[in-house]
Design a protein around this ligand. Structure first.
Ligand code: 13P
Length: 287
């Protein structure tokens, strides 16, 4: 059964660890992440961007696939199915399709509009027992064609959004999606501390988990981050393992062309990356 992310994140915040959100792209991704969570007795959040949702034929297909896997793989750890960086319309569609959690990213709107739209979704999500993530201060880098500048959130605006009753809050602290550039200034812990001081017990979300040094991840968790999103790193591990398989000519040996063989090294590589992140985030045996 899919669950809201509320309880797992509140437990994580109290226990000073973080739950990973791993973005999914297809069946292999989803299966790899769910099995790794189960093997490590860890709660997990499956992230679906609007682009990935479209790629997988739409949100209803995603819900069907994930629910089927929970049952047929005997997954008993808490799993939330979460829309990542949703538009207002996208959030409504996911709620209708059966997601257990949504993010409404109104960070590119003026704060009044972000508040108004977030408020409407708070009411809907509360009625249905779903968790809702809001965002203040856009995350840098590029995701699905949306390019953010990597702002640092205004702590007062964070408080305004947190007070609406959202479940968790993504505040920009200089983090960006994708690989970090050589000259990246690092996370702004000053901003994180100021946001935390304003929003109190609200679990905070760190986007752009790929490539953030371990010490920064640990410090962010100690300052109230309870959910960390990882996407690009699984894509890179999948790519490297698949490239190796083909470069070694394995696709040309015997039945190596069978997609179940061709995609197996990438699948295993995603599992290894997810496990490594769960260890770093401290969520192992916290299911
Ligand atoms: P990365 O692709 O940098 O890991 O970021 C993932 C993310 O924040 C999804 O919202």
């Amino acid at each position: 059964m899919l669950v809201s992310a509320k309880e797992m994140l509140n437990k994580a915040r109290e226990g000073k660890y973080a739950v990973g959100q791993f973005n999914i792209n297809n069946l292999e991704w989803t299966k790899a992440i769910l099995l790794t969570a189960q093997e490590n007795n860890s709660p997990v959040i499956l992230g679906v961007s609007e682009g990935a949702g479209k790629y997988m034929c739409g949100y209803k297909t995603v819900v069907g696939m994930v629910k089927g896997m929970l049952e047929e793989l005997n997954i008993t750890v808490p799993v939330a199915l979460h829309l990542d960086h949703g538009s207002f319309e996208g959030a409504k569609k996911c709620i209708e399709a059966g997601f257990s959690s949504v993010m409404f990213d109104g960070s590119h709107y003026p704060i009044e509009e972000n508040i108004a739209k977030t408020k409407e979704l708070v009411a809907t999500c509360n009625n249905l027992g779903l968790s809702l993530e809001a965002e203040v201060g856009s995350i840098g880098g590029e995701e699905d064609g949306v390019i953010g500048a990597g702002e640092c959130a205004d702590p007062d605006e964070c408080k305004q959004i947190a007070d609406l009753g959202v479940t968790m809050l993504a505040a920009g602290i200089g983090n960006i999606h994708g690989k970090y550039p050589e000259n990246w200034a690092g996370l702004s812990f000053e901003t994180l501390e100021a946001v935390k001081a304003k929003v109190g017990d609200m679990p905070l979300v760190l986007h752009g988990g790929t490539g953030i040094p371990e010490d920064m991840i640990k410090k962010a968790i100690s300052l109230g981050v309870a959910k960390i999103n990882v996407n690009t790193e699984c894509q890179l591990s999948f790519q490297a393992a698949t490239r190796k398989y083909i470069e070694e000519g394995k696709d040309q040996q015997g039945k190596g062309f069978d997609p179940r063989k061709l995609l197996a090294p990438g699948f295993e590589a995603i599992k290894a990356t997810v496990k490594e992140k769960m260890e770093l985030f401290g969520s192992i045996n916290k299911a």
